[in-house]
Design a protein around this ligand. Structure first.
Ligand SMILES: [Zn+2]
Length: 671
């Protein structure tokens, strides 16, 4: 159905043109709400226009006070120059950090400082009160590899330290082992919520930081640095680049990519912005030349500061949201995989927002995985790594795909990238062939959806049905495999099978049902969809019977004496959570920055402890947020999370939701 579009788009699209866009964007230092970001956005708008699109800058107040839904707007920040110089011991005197060498040598959003000369004290991580026992940091610079916002609070706000010198980095097994980034600067920023004492800091590479730490340890005299930082935070603007290919109706399809991040940040995310620009150029050219008919729905391109720009865009256009049929988010799509180590991922929408768009995206993506043929020429396959994953979040699709917004938005991303958020994310890590794939997939996906009518809807319904059915079968297969691995666990698996099956069937049928959005009121489509839905439900029931038979036999033959399964009694915590009915007080995902300051210091520590002790809490919390509909109890929300991701964390959710309630992001009703 889309092959003729894909062929034309593939012929026109150029990875090299997209790579030129990456080079242009990466020249700018693109901190959310900064002159560099505005320059990049202005450049992108010009580029859209040069390619024949209608385009403009959308500006929003960046005053550090206003909100877009629950998202606190940043203050605009600019930096002219900054230096950190080691002055004592004199024989070691040298520059430690210079803005002109790398924009990453500074903690972003630092307040102005100096020139000032001060002693350096090493505080280790500096995240706990104990780290400061027997240390006097007042009037001194603290050397740390801990969380800078936390160290700012403990060292600067509570103990009068002057500023920070940070030398931490990422360690992620297996792609980014210890030492891999020893000579890279990590992207580090203050995320001011307002009301904090002003602060500043510099960033050193881990190797340089350890050297300085050693110098402090070994030197008989104090180690002193001279710091100077010429920056300002002020009420300014947050800019989005907006471009549109007009359709013939009021509906639209959105292509979003974040254009922010420090200079150069090529893969993250000059690459996504560049691929979106190339997709726009290609479609505009083909439509103007009459090779593709003008679509019925508009195709909107937004290049935004990550999340904050999407919040601002959507909050300012609530009346347009019902007409947004679907979106796609492009994030880190240009990676040279042999160097950066990741895989190209199609990330699905959350299961609280099941949609046919996942099937369409998978189907289109498959077309760019035919790089070479096997020896006999009987099949073709990719020369790069790729996969499909469930929703994970962390980028602009997190805002669009929130059920309170309701614009289904898969994401194209490459992950992991060992150079992510460091000074090593440079142009040589970007592969034009990858940029081209991303541009082709997003252009084809967006154009297909923008022009989809009855015939396309009929096809995508059957495609979604087939793919959801395959997925359903795969889930049951996996269930049997896992349960068979441990026969003593089979009774529990059998006991939980029905609930899990009902949930899977619901997600699959809703995905198929969502196709009716493309042609509302068409009776033939509704009938076809109802047939597919009935088939999926019947399949799930048949699978429950088959799986029950198989697992019962596995258990019987295993010789394991397993106790019959009894549904666990509700614990005290379960009952407590079942009495709470959380209500979301804002449209769009809750954004905690700016709200956590409403907590007492004890509560802020509680939030920190929760996040530290529950490493999966963030992921559980995001999915729980999507299931929170004002009707389900928190216990029921947590059970939905369990069904979606295989596990949940009610203890975390109870603690977290109580704090969300205290912050004013969630209302907590009782029943
Ligand atoms: Zn990023």
């Amino acid at each position: 159905m889309f092959k003729h579009v894909l062929d034309k788009v593939s012929k026109e699209a150029s990875g090299e043109i997209a790579l030129n866009y990456v080079a242009e964007i990466s020249r700018h230092h693109r901190i959310q709400a900064s002159p560099g970001l505005s320059d990049a956005v202005a450049w992108a708008v010009d580029a859209f226009k040069a390619n024949g699109l209608e385009a403009e800058v959308h500006s929003y107040p960046a005053d550090g006070r206003g909100y877009a839904w629950s998202s606190l707007m940043f203050k605009e920040w600019s930096c002219v120059d900054a230096e950190l110089e080691l002055v004592e011991p004199q024989e070691k005197a040298c520059f430690l950090a210079r803005w002109r060498e790398s924009k990453l040598s500074l903690i972003q959003r630092s307040h102005p400082a100096g020139p000032v000369t001060a002693e350096v004290v090493h505080v280790g991580k500096g995240e706990e009160q104990e780290d400061y026992r027997d240390l006097d940091v007042r009037g001194r610079m603290v050397l740390t590899d801990g969380d800078v916002q936390r160290v700012h609070r403990l060292a600067v706000e509570e103990r009068g330290a002057l500023g920070l010198i940070y030398y931490g980095t990422w360690v992620r097994e297996p792609d980014t082992p210890e030492g891999e980034l020893d000579d890279a600067l990590k992207y580090t920023s203050f995320w001011w919520a307002g009301g904090e004492k002003p602060g500043f800091g510099f960033v050193l590479t881990p190797r340089r930081g350890r050297w300085l730490r050693g110098l402090i340890k070994d030197s008989k005299r104090p180690v002193r640095v001279k710091a100077r930082l010429d920056s300002s935070l002020y009420e300014g603007v947050l800019d989005n680049a907006y471009a549109v290919i007009r359709g013939t109706t009021g509906e639209q399809v959105v292509v979003v990519a974040h254009i922010c991040h420090p200079q150069p940040s090529c893969n993250d995310n000059a690459s996504g912005s560049a691929a979106a620009l190339e997709a726009a150029r290609v479609l505009q050219k083909l439509i103007r030349a009459g090779e593709l008919p003008r679509p019925r729905r508009s195709i909107v391109f937004t290049l935004v500061p990550e999340m904050s720009g999407s919040y601002a865009h959507l909050a300012a256009r609530e009346s347009e949201i019902p007409g947004m049929v679907a979106a796609v988010n492009m994030d880190m799509v240009g990676e040279r995989q042999c160097v950066t180590s990741g895989s190209f991922i199609v990330e699905r929408t959350p299961e609280a927002l099941p949609s046919y768009v996942n099937s369409l995206m998978e189907c289109v993506f498959k077309e760019v995985t035919r790089d070479v043929k096997n020896l006999g020429g009987s099949s073709s396959y990719a020369l790069f790594r790729h996969t499909t994953t469930p929703f994970s979040g962390g980028s602009d699709h997190y805002v669009y795909s929130d059920p309170t917004v309701g614009v289904p938005c898969p994401m194209l991303i490459q992950w992991p990238d060992k150079f992510w958020h460091t000074s090593y994310d440079t142009l040589d890590k970007v592969d034009p062939a990858m940029l081209k794939r991303a541009a082709v997939v997003s252009a084809t996906y967006a154009y297909f959806l923008a022009s989809a009518g009855l015939a396309e809807a009929a096809w995508i319904a059957s495609e979604t049905f087939a793919r959801e059915k395959a997925r359903l079968l795969e889930r049951f297969r996996d269930y049997v495999e896992r349960a068979s691995a441990d026969p003593s666990d089979v009774p529990r698996r059998l006991g939980e099978l029905k609930d899990q099956a009902t949930y899977w069937a619901e997600v699959a049928t809703k995905a198929v049902e969502s196709v009716t959005r493309l042609a509302p009121g068409d009776v033939a489509l509704e009938e076809a969809v109802a047939g597919f839905m009935g088939d999926l439900e019947a399949e799930a029931k048949a699978q429950v019977r088959a799986v029950t038979q198989t697992l019962s036999r596995v258990l019987g033959l295993s010789g394991v004496e397993a106790k019959p399964y009894r549904r666990p009694q509700m614990r005290k915590l379960d009952r407590e959570a079942d009495a709470l009915v959380p209500v979301r007080l804002f449209r769009g995902p809750w954004s905690v920055r700016g709200w956590d300051v409403k907590l007492s210091l004890v509560e802020q520590d509680e939030l920190r402890r929760l996040n530290r002790e529950h490493p999966e809490g963030g992921s559980v919390g995001t999915l729980a947020m999507y299931w929170t509909d004002g009707v389900r109890s928190l216990y029921e929300v947590s059970e939905r999370v369990r069904l979606e991701r295989g596990s949940t964390d009610l203890e975390y959710l109870v603690g977290f939701y109580r704090l969300l309630g205290r912050m004013g992001l969630v209302g907590l009703g009782h029943r």
